[in-house]
Design a protein around this ligand. Structure first.
Ligand code: PLP
Length: 435
């Protein structure tokens, strides 16, 4: 890359990444199209050969005894808590910074999320703080492998077993990621994957629930399909034995998932190779905090998350103002970065108002609100992360290769080289008070 680096694109310079360098996600090839068409023309639109095969193939690839194909990762999380026997008024520990449904899945089952602050380096739940967050009602942990970096599941399982808690892995972003060589989704009692638009394995929308336990699987399956005890492909009695939802998906989505799964090992390696290119190029850049991959953890780099070190760049204004100016400048260079989750979870209205179902329910269950404190200032590390990060989500994925990755790195580097100009923009923004 030898583009003119003298002026930022946001100030009229030449973008570091020429148009057409980065190819779009998801990567659709002839096999994807053929399998989807085959499903569309097939004898069943729901619960046919593609759905059953996708469950089998996913379970085999990931190393689980059971897999149930769902219409979202959120559905699979809810199924996990239900399958683990979490009930009304129980407490569920979850990280303070994640997607909202890592926590609202508890509310779906009338259970109550209790938040734990994050560890700044890994952006995952701070395992050290779990025991202090326990209450007599704590029944489970939702262990989120955020951005595709698995938690230290030896430590999570050890604290969970000590306190008789179930662990639902939120592997919605963690397809193929490993902890000590073992796949995300095989490390807790059960797990949820998402296949939504952004995910490394993408079917538009969709999800997979996995577990090795027959008992957890049966509870989850009942919730998944109308409270019935028989699978739709079996002879059903159409009897609701318990309160159930409709969390099933369809054949076209399953066919797409099967096609994507076939090439996923290749996509995983390509993404890791591209992330390595960016990671090496961005080493030692003043003011830039690169994401980590601790020993024994294999990241899938779903989100290569950059953070601005406000002290190192000499910015003492509101961190978001500089972060947003840097994000805009990087975007103008042709690198598709974004800001994903804008709020820490405890700050969100559903938790602040404690009014999921009206009447203050489920927090109004007698005794259920004890030990639950959603004051945002209890989660300073999550807040610092939330105020300073910029996400790089799709640009490093297949079919993009090393050339695109190098271009992405150049675009980011260029902005950090011109950080004084970015600070000037941010200062004007701050003084002007508008976006
Ligand atoms: C960490 C995490 N958990 C849960 C979900 C929910 O998945 P879905 O959108 O498939 O319901 C997502 C998806 O955005 C996620 O990123």
């Amino acid at each position: 890359m030898s583009a003119d680096r003298s002026r930022l694109a946001v100030h009229g310079g030449v973008p570091a990444v020429p148009d057409g360098t980065i190819q779009k996600w998801p990567w659709i090839e002839e096999t994807d199209e053929r399998m989807v068409l085959e499903a569309l023309r097939g004898p069943n639109q729901a619960r046919g050969e593609h759905s059953l095969a996708f469950e089998r193939e996913f379970a085999e690839w990931n190393g689980n005894r059971h897999a149930i194909f769902t219409n979202s990762g959120t559905a699979a999380l809810h199924m996990g808590l239900a399958g683990c026997g979490v009930g009304a008024g129980d407490h569920v520990l979850v990280t303070a910074y994640t997607w909202s449904s890592s926590a609202t899945c508890a509310l779906h089952h009338n259970a109550i999320p209790v938040f734990v602050d994050i560890d700044f380096d890994t952006i995952n739940m701070d395992i050290e703080q779990i025991e202090a967050a326990l209450t007599p009602r704590t029944k489970a942990i939702v262990a989120v492998h955020l951005h595709g970096l698995p938690l230290d599941m030896d430590r999570i399982m050890s604290v969970a077993r000590k306190h008789n808690l179930k662990v639902v892995e939120d592997a919605c972003q963690a397809h193929g990621a490993l902890f000590k060589g073992r796949k995300a989704g095989t490390l807790g009692d059960c797990a949820a994957f998402s296949f939504n638009q952004n995910k490394c394995l993408c079917t538009g929308e969709g999800g997979m629930f996995v577990t090795d336990s027959d008992e957890i699987r049966d509870g989850a399956a009942q919730l998944w399909s109308f409270g019935e005890t028989r699978m739709p492909e079996q002879s059903r009695d159409y009897h609701a034995y318990a309160l159930g939802w409709m969390y099933r998906s369809n054949e076209i989505t399953a066919a797409c998932g099967r096609a994507q799964l076939r090439k996923y090992p290749r996509c995983f390696e390509m993404l890791r190779a591209n992330a390595a290119v960016v990671h090496e190029r961005l080493a030692g850049v003043p003011g830039l905090i690169r994401p980590v991959e601790p020993e024994g953890h294999t990241h899938n780099w779903y989100n290569y998350c950059l953070r601005l070190d406000m002290d190192a760049v000499g910015w003492d204004g509101p961190p978001r103002v500089l972060r947003d100016a840097a994000r805009k400048a990087i975007q103008a260079e042709g690198v598709p970065v974004s800001v994903w989750q804008q709020f820490i979870l405890p700050e969100m209205t559903v938790f602040q108002a404690r009014n999921a179902y009206g009447g203050g329910f489920p927090w109004s269950i007698p005794g259920a609100n004890e030990g639950v404190d959603y004051s945002p200032d209890r989660f300073p590390v999550a807040q610092r992360h939330c105020d300073t990060y910029i996400s790089l989500v799709q640009a490093l994925r297949a079919p993009n290769g090393a050339k695109a990755a190098a271009a992405v790195a150049e675009g980011i580097l260029k902005v950090f080289e011109h950080m004084d100009a970015v600070k000037t923009d941010a200062a004007k923004q701050f003084e002007g008070g508008s976006d």
